[in-house]
Design a protein around this ligand. Structure first.
Ligand code: KDO
Length: 335
C-alpha cells in the first residue's frame, strides 16, 4: 500500500466525524425536497393544525425525502399573495380559496357565491367528482398549481361588535363588515346588505377592538381560534357560505416528484384535510354554547331573506355571466 492510500484511509473517518460535528453532513447530503407552506391561519385553528398532520404523514410515508416547513399567521407571505409566490418559485404549498382562484379562473367564482354549496358533504361530492376534475384542470392550466384535496373551512356567519336586531339584509345597512381584500369577497359582503370593508385577516381582531370595523364574517371555529369572540357581542347565523380551501402544490414541484412521492404527498394532503374536516364539523355542531357562555348573543335571522338577496345579486352580476353553462344545475344536482 502506498503511503498516500493509507493516509487517505485514515483521513476519511476523520473528515466524516468533523462534518458530523460541525453539522456539515446534512448540508452535504442535502437531497431533501423543501416544501415551504404559508397560511394566514392562527395556530389553534384546525386548518393550521392540519399541516402538522400533513408533515407527519409525509415523513412516515417517505422518510428523509421531504423538508416540510410550516409558516402560520401569514408570517411568510401575506394572505392572498400565496399563488403569486408559488408561480415565482418562492413557495411550494398552501391552501387557496375559491376567491384566490376566481381572480385567474373567472368561472370558479361560482364557488364564491353564497348559498350554492349546501353543506360539507355536498362540498366533498362536488369537488371530488367530475366538476372538481374539470375545474381543477383549468386551475392547473392557468395558475400552474395542482390541487391535492379540499378542506372544509366551515360555514361563514356574521359576527358583530355591537348586538342589534338582524332579521334581513336591510338590518345590516351601514354596517362596516370586514371582508378579505379582493373584489370577489367585497361583493359577497355587499350582497349581505352591509358595507363591505377590506382588511387582512391578521388585522381583524384589532379592527373589532378599536371599532374601525363593525363586524366580520367567518366560520365559528375561526371565531374561536382567532378569539374574535373577545371583541364582539353577537353572532348572526346567516350560514351564507359553505367555504372551502384547497390544498395546492406548485406544479413545478409536483412535476419534479417521482410517482411514489406524488402518491405520498397526495395521501398526506388527504389525511390533513380529513383531520381538519372531521374536527371542524364536530366543533361547529357544538360551539354555539361556548359562545353563549362567553356572553355573546347568538341569533337566527330570516335565512330565506338572506338567501334571496344573495342569490338575486349574484344572478344579476357579471360573475354569473362567466359561469360555465349548466354548472349551477350540475352543482345543485350533485347528491
Ligand atoms: C378570512 O380572511 O376571513 C379567511 O377566512 C379567508 C379564507 O380564505 C382564509 O384565507 C382564512 O381567512 C385564513 O386561512 C385564516 O383563517
Amino acid at each position: 500500500m502506498t503511503p498516500f492510500k493509507s493516509t487517505r484511509r485514515c483521513l476519511i473517518p476523520i473528515l466524516v466525524g468533523l462534518a458530523l460535528c460541525t453539522g456539515l453532513l446534512p448540508a452535504l447530503a442535502q437531497t431533501k425536497i423543501a416544501l415551504r407552506i404559508s397560511t394566514p391561519a392562527v395556530p389553534d385553528d384546525w386548518h393550521a393544525k392540519m399541516w402538522t398532520v400533513f408533515k407527519d404523514s409525509l415523513d412516515k410515508a417517505a422518510p428523509n425525502q421531504f423538508d416540510v416547513q410550516i409558516h402560520l399567521n401569514a408570517s411568510l407571505f401575506k394572505q392572498g399573495a400565496e399563488p403569486a409566490a408559488m408561480a415565482r418559485g418562492n413557495l411550494e404549498l398552501t391552501t387557496v380559496s375559491a376567491f384566490d382562484i376566481a381572480k385567474l379562473v373567472p368561472e370558479f367564482s361560482i364557488f364564491t357565491a353564497g348559498y350554492i354549496v349546501r353543506d360539507p358533504q355536498h362540498q366533498q361530492k362536488v369537488f371530488s367528482g367530475p366538476i372538481g376534475d374539470e375545474l381543477f384542470k383549468a386551475v392547473a392550466d392557468k395558475m400552474e398549481i395542482t390541487v391535492l384535496s379540499t378542506a372544509y373551512l366551515g360555514t361563514r356567519q356574521v359576527n358583530l361588535r355591537e348586538a342589534r336586531n338582524v332579521r334581513t339584509p336591510a338590518d345590516l345597512k351601514g354596517i362596516k363588515l370586514r371582508m378579505p381584500g379582493s373584489k370577489e369577497w367585497l361583493f359577497l359582503g355587499e350582497t349581505l346588505g352591509a358595507t363591505a370593508t377590506p382588511l387582512a385577516f391578521g388585522e381583524v381582531y384589532m379592527g373589532l377592538k378599536t371599532g374601525t370595523i363593525d363586524g366580520q364574517d367567518n366560520p365559528l371555529p375561526t371565531v374561536r381560534a382567532a378569539k374574535f369572540y373577545e371583541v364582539t357581542k353577537q353572532l348572526v347565523l346567516t350560514n351564507h357560505l359553505v367555504d372551502s380551501l384547497f390544498i395546492a402544490i406548485a406544479s413545478k414541484t409536483w412535476n419534479g416528484l417521482t410517482a411514489a412521492q406524488k402518491q405520498a404527498v397526495k395521501s398526506a394532503a388527504q389525511a390533513a384535510t380529513q383531520y381538519n374536516n372531521d374536527n371542524r364539523i364536530k366543533e361547529e355542531a357544538q360551539i354555539v354554547d361556548y359562545f353563549k357562555q362567553q356572553g355573546l348573543q347568538v341569533s337566527t335571522p330570516d335565512v330565506d331573506a338572506f338567501r334571496k338577496s344573495v342569490q338575486d345579486a349574484y344572478a344579476k352580476s357579471d360573475y354569473a355571466k362567466v359561469w360555465t353553462k349548466g354548472m349551477l344545475e350540475r352543482i345543485n344536482n350533485t347528491r
